[in-house]
Design a protein around this ligand. Structure first.
Ligand SMILES: Cc1cc2nc3c(=O)[nH]c(=O)nc-3n(C[C@H](O)[C@H](O)[C@H](O)COP(=O)(O)O)c2cc1C
Length: 186
């Protein structure tokens, strides 16, 4: 095992977030990986690091607003040819009713950019009415009403299933360890 760890390159975790939940999830993923001796670097997709560096894997954690992942996610996949295996986690409130299986938003993102990640998951985010501006709050109340969620404009609910996040980290950990184990010695 120590030989595998010595061969392993760092994993890059990129996040795209507006209200902090996707960032919090990305940080939690990094902690899970660190506990399993998988070294990773965390960065905001608004200013990604040098993509020509050699990574063991790249994880993208991105939240959804008004039916789409943020612009920097679209731009990242448009402008970069990924040189390492990809894992994607999409964060939305729609995912609160799912079991982690990719939902429509995530399937659309993968199809749009012809992505074939080794793992992909839709995870629920956080509803935080007091944080939103007036218009976003009204829109979110309407969406929540239509999907049987809370519409009291004062409420704040974290729907993230942290077990799903831990499972995702474990899948990544197993994948990168296998990759490192099967890599040719330098
Ligand atoms: C203005 C706004 C629009 C949103 N639009 C959607 C949406 O279309 N579908 C959905 O499932 N969730 C939607 N959400 C919920 C967010 O995806 C969820 O709150 C997520 O946790 C936000 O992640 P962040 O904190 O990283 O920005 C929206 C939230 C806001 C504030």
């Amino acid at each position: 095992m120590s030989l595998i760890l010595a061969r392993m390159k760092p994993t890059l975790i990129l996040y795209a977030s507006r209200d902090g939940q996707a960032k919090h999830i990305a940080q939690t993923l990094q902690q899970h990986l660190a506990q399993q001796a998988v070294h990773s670097e965390l960065a905001d997709l608004k200013s990604p690091p040098n993509m020509s560096k050699s990574w063991q894997a790249i994880i993208v954690v991105a939240s959804v607003r008004y039916g789409r992942h943020h612009a920097e996610v679209q731009q990242f996949f448009e402008h970069h040819t990924l040189l390492a295996p990809l894992a994607v986690m999409s964060v939305s409130l729609n995912a609160r009713k799912g079991d982690g299986t990719p939902n429509g938003y995530l399937k659309k993102l993968l199809a749009q950019h012809h992505l074939q990640p080794f793992t992909a998951m839709s995870v629920a985010g956080r509803l935080d009415y007091p944080r939103y501006g007036w218009l976003d709050r009204q829109m979110m109340r309407l969406i929540m009403k239509m999907t049987d969620g809370p519409s009291d404009g004062k409420c704040c609910v974290e729907y993230t299933n942290w077990q799903h996040v831990a499972d995702f980290a474990d899948t990544v950990r197993r994948y990168v360890q296998q990759e490192a184990a099967s890599a040719k010695p330098l």
